[in-house]
Design a protein around this ligand. Structure first.
Ligand SMILES: [Zn+2]
Length: 112
């Protein structure tokens, strides 16, 4: 197995950066970037894409095929307890400040 991947960005080899320039004088090319596989990136998308832009270009070009892997035809739901609202008040020299927080807790008794 090789220790690198070529960037999968469909337009990676068209970006005008000096690190992509390869070849001998008179027959220079812009080449797809190579990504070294490390312990840090091996299980993640950034071992296949040199940049967020290349990742986005790939996802936009192949979105229908990507979605076909695991289509979502129905919404998913996570059971929660009734949300609990709490009002917090603090007195400062310049006056009272209050704000409301809402606690959302997973309802473990309704987990599937
Ligand atoms: Zn790239």
């Amino acid at each position: 197995m090789s220790d690198f991947n070529w960037c999968h960005g469909p337009e990676c080899h068209e970006k005008h950066t000096v690190d992509r320039v390869r070849g001998v004088k008179g027959s220079k090319v812009l080449r797809t970037r190579k990504i070294k596989i490390t312990n840090y990136n091996e299980r993640y998308w950034f071992s296949y894409f040199c940049s967020q832009n290349c990742y986005d270009n790939f996802a936009n070009k192949y979105i229908q095929q990507v979605i076909a892997i695991a289509p979502r035809t129905e919404c998913l739901e996570t059971p929660i307890e009734d949300p609990k609202k709490t009002t917090h008040s603090h007195d400062y020299s310049w006056g009272r400040h209050s704000y409301t927080t809402t606690e959302i807790k997973i309802d473990e008794t309704r987990q599937t």
